[in-house]
Design a protein. Structure first.
Length: 302
């Protein structure tokens, strides 16, 4: 049963349809109403409940995330965007289950076969976003929990880097006027998959991007950036103390021409954040948007 919301002319959904679309039971819905104040958008004079489409989608997300192991009490204050992100991570984790078994078993041949099959099935960007990065996060979590060895993490990293290297063959040849960037990790940071992925994603979007490897001092990064005539320097870091990373950024900023941007990302830079002359990206989506915006702007001004 549906009705039109009187004040906004918005179609509302009856409880039976809301329950069906969200996948929750009537008892659970009533429990959430009592505990967390999840009231319907409207009640009829006879007591019938009616919900907006946004409310039904939120109920579905709450059910999906709680089924995935999250406590409902930790979910109810999150917005729809955050719930959607958690759901996406849960789906990615589930899809990686077979690959993670190969990792834990140290079965290198099976791991290579599974990763290669995904790389051939998906576009390069899909492989990066749905397999490579979620897999490395999961392996890191397994290692932290003692469920995977350092050797297993190194084995997985080697396979991922081998496949990512091959994906550069799928990148378009950059135009002569394409914006340029270099990507690397700061000094004493050996985890370079983030910088490699940054380079690959930029190349896929038409940038003239160069991967510099890992663990570069600020003066070496600045020299490469000036020699290449880049628009920005991309840094990725998973480890390192805030004070050291800040000093490194300060040195690099002082060595670079003012027009060269510095883009940073990765878990270690979360505590550092953005600052004058340095832009921090908490995840890949705003980074991809920035790539597209600058690439489009360069072509428009050419």
């Amino acid at each position: 049963m549906r009705r039109i919301r009187q004040d906004k002319g918005q179609a509302l959904i009856g409880m039976a349809e809301a329950l069906s679309a969200s996948g929750i039971s009537k008892l659970l819905l009533h429990a959430w109403e009592r505990r967390y104040g999840m009231e319907p958008a409207e009640r009829s004079p006879s007591g019938r409940r009616f919900y907006t489409r946004d409310q039904v989608e939120r109920l579905r997300l709450l059910k999906s995330c709680s089924d995935g192991g999250y406590r409902i009490g930790n979910l109810v204050d999150l917005n729809t965007e955050a719930l959607s992100r958690i759901e996406g991570e849960l789906h990615a984790r589930s899809a990686l289950a077979e690959i993670l078994e190969a990792v834990k078993a140290m079965d290198s041949d099976r791991l290579q076969t599974q990763l290669q099959a995904r790389a051939e099935r998906d576009t390069p960007e899909q492989f990066i976003l749905a397999t490579a990065l979620p897999l490395m996060r999961e392996v890191g979590s397994l290692w932290a929990a003692g469920d995977a060895s350092i050797a297993a993490e190194h084995m997985t990293t080697a396979h991922i880097k081998r496949i990512l290297g091959g994906l550069f063959d799928h990148c378009p040849q950059p135009r002569p006027d394409a914006p340029r960037l270099v990507a690397t990790t700061p000094e004493r940071e050996e985890h370079d998959i983030g910088a490699l992925v940054t380079t690959l994603l930029a190349r896929l979007r038409g940038w003239n991007a160069l991967f510099l490897g890992a663990n570069l001092p600020a003066d070496e990064i600045a020299e490469a950036a000036h020699r290449r005539g880049v628009h920005c320097v991309c840094l990725s870091a998973l480890t390192g103390r805030k004070a050291g990373l800040e000093r490194n950024l300060q040195t690099l900023r002082s060595l670079l021409a003012p027009e060269i941007q510095i883009w940073i990302g990765g878990a270690a830079y979360h505590a550092v954040g953005s600052r004058p002359g340095v832009q921090y990206f908490p995840d890949l989506q705003p980074f991809l948007a920035a790539l597209d915006a600058l690439h489009t702007g360069e072509h428009a001004s050419a």
